[in-house]
Design a protein around this ligand. Structure first.
Ligand SMILES: Nc1nc2c(ncn2[C@@H]2O[C@H](COP(=O)(O)OP(=O)(O)O)[C@@H](O)[C@H]2O)c(=O)[nH]1
Ligand SMILES: [Mg+2]
Length: 240
């Protein structure tokens, strides 16, 4: 690898002060090792735990060109966090991932390699194919994720194996187009992106990832997200 292509990595954070330093350190380690040019855009939604202060300290270590801080005033949700981050990203490719260490940065170079092989529009990390997996989730959470994937597969036939995951690489312009065509704002956003991608005939590749449940902090997934997902799914089923 190793060229002048820049990868912008969007990290939405809400109460991730323990996780952020490790994620940033790992991203730097694996991108540098693979000679990939990158910038990280942290979108913090006024985390009460002081994530932003931690991010500011990291910025002093890694530099303002590597670590961009684009905070928002309040917890405005994941979907709009990506839109906000995308506005400020300068790379030709955008990586979207969680900041809670569930997504290991070591998979980014694999996604990059996959993208290059076929000049793909999207490479999606998958837990449900290609040796991917889930670790540390209880039965209920596994069931919710599997169930959401299963229902979506049946109703929408999206042509990707992991629809609720959020570890993906996009061509910047493809992501812009997808984002502006997506109407959902919550967790269902990830799923809608792949459904829209298929509508636009985007090429999608997959890389198996091992997803590890967060060790620090709490998941923001709850009943509201599940209801939101179900509503979004039905909407897409009715309209696409
Ligand atoms: N900026 C921002 N980040 C969020 C918000 N909700 C969740 N996140 C971040 O999105 C990622 C995924 O959230 P998480 O709670 O781990 O969801 P889970 O992995 O599905 O349980 C993490 O990096 C969170 O810090 C939000 O409203 N705003
Ligand atoms: Mg998580």
């Amino acid at each position: 690898m190793g060229d002048s292509t820049k990868y912008s990595i969007l990290l939405p954070t809400y109460n991730e002060k323990e996780n952020l330093p490790v994620v940033v350190w790992l991203i730097d380690k694996y991108m540098t090792r693979s000679k990939l040019k990158y910038e990280i855009v942290v979108i913090d939604d006024a985390s009460p735990d002081g994530t932003l202060e931690v991010a500011k300290r990291l910025q002093k270590i890694f530099g303002e060109d590597k670590l961009l801080l684009r905070p928002r005033e309040a917890k405005l949700g994941l979907g709009t966090a990506y839109i906000h981050g995308l506005k400020h990203a300068t790379g030709e490719f955008i990586v979207i991932m969680d900041a809670d260490l569930s997504h290991h940065p070591k998979f980014i170079p694999q996604m990059v390699a996959k993208q290059k092989q076929g000049d793909l529009d999207i490479v999606s990390g998958t837990r449900y194919a290609s040796n991917g997996g889930v670790h540390g989730w209880d039965f209920k959470r596994k069931l919710i994720s599997r169930g959401a994937n299963f229902l979506t597969q049946i109703l929408l036939r999206p042509g990707a194996s992991d629809l609720t995951g959020s570890f993906r690489l996009y061509k910047r312009d493809v992501l812009k187009k997808l984002v502006s065509s997506c109407i959902s704002k919550g967790y269902v956003f990830q799923m809608e992106m792949i459904v829209r991608a298929r509508q636009f005939n985007c090429s999608i590749g997959e890389v198996g990832i091992s997803f590890v449940d967060r060790f620090y902090g709490e998941s923001k997934m709850g009943g509201n997200e599940i209801i939101g997902f179900a509503k979004g799914l039905l909407y897409l089923f009715a309209t696409t």
